[in-house]
Write a protein that binds this ligand. Structure first.
Ligand code: FES
Length: 154
C-alpha cells in the first residue's frame, strides 16, 4: 500500500469518527444488542428498526476508540436498506478485509475499503470488529429466537 493510499484510508476513518452515522437513537427498535471489547472494556449498543425484511434504520452508540466508532459508522451507512442476510454477508466481507484477505464478492465496498488499512495494526482489528460482531450476534439471536445478550469480540 502506498503512503498516499494509507493517508486516504486514515482520512476516511477519521471523517467517520468525527461525524458518525447512526448516532441518532431509534425509538422502538425491533432488535437491540450490546457489545464489548474485553481487551479495553469499550462498549457499543446497536438498535435496528426493520421495514418488512429490510433494515429501515440503525443506530450505533459506541463508547470506544476512533476505529471502533468509525467502523460502527460505516456499518450504519452500509446496512440501511439491506436484508439481515445481506448484512451478515457484508460482516463476513469486513472480517476478511481486516484479516488482509482478498475479497471477491460482488459488492460495492465504498468507505469500508478503508478498513483494509487496519490489517497493519493487529491490536486494532478487534476495535474494528466490535460493531460487526455485535450486529451478527444480534441477527443470529433474532433468527434463532435466542436472547439478545452482550457480544464480545473474539
Ligand atoms: Fe477499545 Fe478500540 S481501544 S474498542
Amino acid at each position: 500500500m502506498s503512503e498516499q493510499l494509507s493517508d486516504l484510508y486514515r482520512d476516511i476513518i477519521m471523517e467517520h469518527y468525527r461525524f458518525p452515522r447512526g448516532k441518532i437513537p431509534i425509538a422502538a427498535p425491533d432488535i437491540t444488542r450490546e457489545g464489548q471489547n474485553p481487551a479495553c472494556g469499550d462498549e457499543i449498543e446497536i438498535k435496528v428498526k426493520m421495514d418488512g425484511d429490510k433494515v429501515r434504520d440503525i443506530s450505533v452508540d459506541c463508547i470506544g476508540c476512533a476505529i471502533s466508532i468509525a467502523s460502527g459508522s460505516m456499518l450504519a451507512d452500509m446496512i440501511r436498506g439491506k436484508t439481515l442476510a445481506e448484512a451478515k454477508k457484508i460482516a463476513r466481507i469486513v472480517k476478511a478485509l481486516l484479516k488482509g484477505e482478498e475479497v471477491n464478492e460482488d459488492i460495492e465496498l465504498g468507505d469500508l475499503d478503508a478498513l483494509r488499512g487496519v490489517n497493519k495494526f493487529p491490536v486494532r482489528i478487534k476495535c474494528a470488529m466490535l460493531s460487526w460482531t455485535t450486529l451478527v450476534d444480534a441477527i443470529e439471536a433474532e433468527e434463532t429466537g435466542g436472547i439478545n445478550d452482550v457480544s464480545t469480540t473474539e
